[in-house]
Design a protein around this ligand. Structure first.
Ligand SMILES: Cc1cc2nc3c(=O)[nH]c(=O)nc-3n(C[C@H](O)[C@H](O)[C@H](O)COP(=O)(O)O)c2cc1C
Length: 372
């Protein structure tokens, strides 16, 4: 048995192997209200053989939305909808964490009744978000943001706390705080997006303060052993090229270690811009944080084995392979070739390109029985 297929404890969970399903936005919640529903439950249940599923990013408050049709976890209907998802995944034998999200400046005024998106500072992302205009999805530039007041920052910390409680009420096994990819928490971490001169901006302890407060509130609410946090220091798109980000993330890792979080999740690639992660960074991250480390970004089974062998990760998350291969862990175990995904149906739409990718296990299981 290879190490990728060996079991591992993650907090109170016993994971049967090391193949995690990475968080992936698919923009298929029911409308109006951004509510998870039966179609989403079917999609996640099909992928329940992952060691752990991390859901698509899920806004903790309406102000935290930046893409069309992404689910929330702030209304009673959303919590009920997520219950369908968690029940379906658990019935299929899986484990599932909700990814908690606030996009900050990665948003458009149309999501907020014409008001500006909020951010650490009034600095633009220069990026685009996916928005459905008249039912057709297009990429549109983000709107100029305004800076949050201190009181509003405290309110958002409370939003994360409430969302964590809601996640547990909805039956999730835990939550992953989305601190990666240029969204609100990442915006606080970086000199490029955070020009504040109060307690939440300036030196590294100030720039990590928001992330630490969110993690502390969430851990206090549901227990650190059920909480992970995702970062992406080497991803620099969206006006996020901060020269101090590695040190900021390592300082954050030391704080998360004190909070005894279950894991840190290192997102190494956003699509195909996968910079080489310096080995020294991996060594320093291990030294700073004693919990589990998940890595993600362009991994194959072979690369995953190599990073586990090197000791720099405990789990490997796969994103795109899970889109078209709902039984991806089985395909790894049995070396079954992977099906390609259809890029046109990633965001928005219906069951097509979402729940209609077949599992190969039916065929493989038949062959296996015939072998014996
Ligand atoms: C369609 C799609 C949606 C994604 N949405 C999210 C998301 O909601 N949250 C997140 O942290 N990362 C998101 N990612 C990044 C993935 O989690 C992952 O890091 C990335 O796809 C690289 O891994 P891969 O090469 O195995 O696909 C998304 C990626 C894809 C392809």
């Amino acid at each position: 048995m290879t190490s990728l297929l060996s079991p591992l404890a993650l907090g109170p969970l016993e994971l049967p192997h090391r193949i995690v399903m990475a968080p992936m936005t698919r923009s298929r919640s029911a409308q109006p209200g951004n509510i998870p529903w039966a179609l989403n439950a079917e999609y996640y249940a099909q992928r329940a053989s992952a060691a752990l599923i991390v859901t698509e990013a899920t806004q903790v408050t309406p102000r935290g939305q930046g893409y069309s049709f992404t689910p929330g976890i702030h209304s009673a209907a959303q919590i009920e909808g997520w219950r369908l998802v968690t029940d379906a995944v658990h019935a299929a034998g899986g484990r599932i964490f909700a990814q908690l999200w606030h996009v900050g400046r990665m948003s458009h005024a149309d999501f907020h009744g014409g008001q500006a998106p909020v951010a650490p500072s009034a600095l633009e992302s220069g990026a685009r978000i996916w928005m459905s205009v008249d039912g057709v999805g297009t990429m549109v530039p983000t709107s100029p943001p305004r800076a949050l007041t201190i009181d509003e920052i405290h309110e958002i910390v409370a939003d994360y706390r409430r969302a964590a409680a809601a996640a547990v009420a909805a039956g999730f096994d835990g939550v992953e705080i989305h601190g990666a990819n240029g969204y609100l928490i990442d915006q606080f971490l970086r000199t490029t997006s955070n020009h504040r001169t109060d307690a939440y901006g300036g030196d590294i302890p100030a720039r990590i303060r928001f992330a630490v407060e969110v993690a502390a509130a969430v851990a206090d609410e549901i227990g650190g052993e059920r909480v992970g946090l995702r970062v992406s220091p080497q991803i620099k798109a969206r006006n996020m090229d901060c020269p101090e980000i590695d040190d900021a993330v390592l300082a954050l890792a030391r704080e998360l270690d004190r909070l005894e979080l279950a894991y840190m999740h290192l997102a190494e690639a956003d699509w195909d811009d996968a910079p080489e992660i310096p080995e020294l960074f991996r060594i320093r991250l291990r030294a700073a944080f004693g919990g589990r480390i998940i890595v993600a970004g362009g991994y194959t089974a072979a690369r995953a084995e190599a990073i586990l062998d090197a000791g720099y990760a405990d789990l490997v998350a796969f994103g795109r392979p899970f889109v078209a291969n709902p039984d991806f862990p089985q395909r790894v175990a049995r070396e079954i070739p992977l099906a390609p995904l259809d890029p046109a149906s990633l965001y928005g739409g219906d069951a097509a390109g979402y729940t209609d990718y077949p599992a190969a296990t039916v065929v493989a299981a038949t062959a296996h029985r015939e072998d014996h």
